[in-house]
Design a protein around this ligand. Structure first.
Ligand SMILES: Cc1cc2nc3c(=O)[nH]c(=O)nc-3n(C[C@H](O)[C@H](O)[C@H](O)COP(=O)(O)O)c2cc1C
Length: 321
C-alpha cells in the first residue's frame, strides 16, 4: 500500500462493533487500519466489568488494533480504569465526550460535558498527569450549539492530547442534518492538535469530499457507513476485488458473524436481536430489499431467522449501497 494511503479507523458503535464483530470483519474484509472500541463506563473504583475489559484485550484484538474508550466524568474513576487498561498493554486511551443520548448527557457524561468547558479543563488537569498512557478525545461541535466548539478548542489546546476526533454535529442533533464541514474546518484551524475526521463517510464520494476539503487530514473514522457497506474501506483504498463475488462474500461474513455470536450470546432472542441490528444497516443496501429484509427482521426464532437469511441470499440479491 502507498505511504500516502489514508488511515481508516472503525468508529465505536455500541451494540455493533465489539471484539467479535471486529475480528470477523477483519477476517473477511481489508482496508481498515485500526479501531476505537465502544465506550467502557467508569463504575467507581471497586468494580471492573470483565466482559468490557475483554473487549479491548490486545491478545484478542490482533487482527485489528484497538484503542479503548472511557465514558465518565470523575477523575479518580477515570484514572483507575485507565490504569487497568495500561496494565493490559494500552498506550493510548480515548475519552468519550460525544455521546449524544440524553440519559447519559443529563448525567454530565459524553456530550453533556461539552456545556462545561471549565469542568473538562479541570478533569484534564487531574487525569493527564496520572494516567500512564496518551489521551485522545472524541467530541462533537457542542451539546446544544455548534459555536460551543470554540471555547472547547481553547481548553483542549491547554492540554497535551494525542489527537482530537471530531464528529461535526452537536449532541442534541443526534444524527440529524448533515455533518458541518465548515465548522469542522474552523475548529481545526483554531487548534494546535491533530484531528481525525468522523461523520457521514458513506461512500467513496463522501470520503473524497472530506479528503479534498481537508488535505491536512489523513485519519478518517467511519462507523455506520461500514455497517451499510462492509466493502467501503476496500473501495476507498481501491483494493482490487471481483464485484460478482460481493453477495457471496457478504453471506460468508454474515454466517461467520452469526456463528461467532452464537458462541457467546445466550438465548436465541438475544442472538437474533443482535443480528437483526446489522440488517437494519446492511439491508437497505440491497436492491429491492424492502420485502425480504422485512421478513428477516420479523423472524421470531433462530431457525426462522437462518432460513429467511439463507432464502434471501439464495435469491442472489444485488448489492448496490
Ligand atoms: C448505534 C451507535 C452506537 C455508538 N456508540 C458509540 C460509542 O460507544 N462511543 C462513541 O464515541 N461513539 C459512538 N457512536 C458514534 C459513532 O462512533 C460515530 O461518531 C457516529 O456514528 C458518526 O460517524 P458515522 O457517520 O461514520 O457513523 C455510536 C453511534 C451509533 C449509531
Amino acid at each position: 500500500m502507498d505511504k500516502k494511503d489514508p488511515i481508516l479507523i472503525l468508529a465505536p458503535l455500541q451494540g455493533f462493533t465489539d471484539v467479535t464483530f471486529r475480528n470477523v470483519y477483519a477476517k473477511h474484509f481489508c482496508g481498515l487500519d485500526a479501531s476505537l472500541a465502544p465506550f467502557i463506563s467508569t463504575m467507581g473504583q471497586q468494580r471492573l466489568k470483565p466482559s468490557r475489559l475483554r473487549d479491548v484485550d490486545p491478545h484478542l484484538n490482533q487482527l485489528l488494533p484497538v484503542t479503548p474508550q472511557i465514558l465518565g466524568n470523575v477523575a479518580e474513576d477515570f484514572i483507575f480504569l485507565a490504569g487497568h487498561l495500561a496494565d493490559m498493554g494500552h498506550n493510548l486511551v480515548n475519552w468519550n465526550l460525544g455521546c449524544p443520548h440524553s440519559k447519559i448527557a443529563k448525567k454530565g457524561r459524553g456530550s453533556g460535558l461539552l456545556l462545561f468547558p471549565e469542568k473538562i479543563d479541570a478533569l484534564l488537569d487531574r487525569i493527564i498527569p496520572d494516567i500512564p498512557m496518551a489521551l485522545s478525545v472524541k467530541i462533537r461541535l457542542g451539546r446544544k450549539n455548534k459555536d460551543e466548539i470554540h471555547d472547547l478548542i481553547k481548553v483542549f489546546d491547554r492540554h497535551d492530547l494525542d489527537h482530537i476526533i471530531l464528529h461535526p454535529r452537536t449532541g442534541i442533533q443526534m444524527y440529524q442534518g448533515t455533518a458541518d464541514h465548515d465548522t469542522f474546518g474552523a475548529a481545526m484551524e483554531q487548534s494546535r492538535h491533530s484531528f481525525v475526521y468522523n461523520g457521514d463517510i458513506t461512500d467513496t464520494h463522501a470520503f473524497l469530499t472530506v479528503k479534498n476539503r481537508f488535505p491536512g487530514i489523513n485519519r478518517f473514522m467511519i462507523g455506520r457507513g461500514i455497517l451499510a457497506n462492509p466493502f467501503l474501506p476496500e473501495e476507498i483504498k481501491a483494493v482490487p476485488g471481483d464485484p460478482d463475488q460481493r453477495t457471496a462474500r457478504l453471506q460468508a461474513f454474515h454466517d461467520d458473524l452469526l456463528a461467532a455470536y452464537s458462541g457467546i450470546i445466550s438465548g436465541p432472542g438475544h442472538l437474533t436481536g443482535r443480528m437483526k441490528g446489522f440488517w437494519n444497516y446492511l439491508g437497505p443496501s440491497f436492491k429491492n430489499h424492502k420485502k425480504p429484509v422485512k421478513t428477516i427482521l420479523k423472524s421470531t426464532s433462530l431457525p426462522a431467522y437462518t432460513h429467511n437469511v439463507a432464502h434471501f441470499f439464495a435469491a442472489q440479491p444485488v448489492f448496490c449501497p
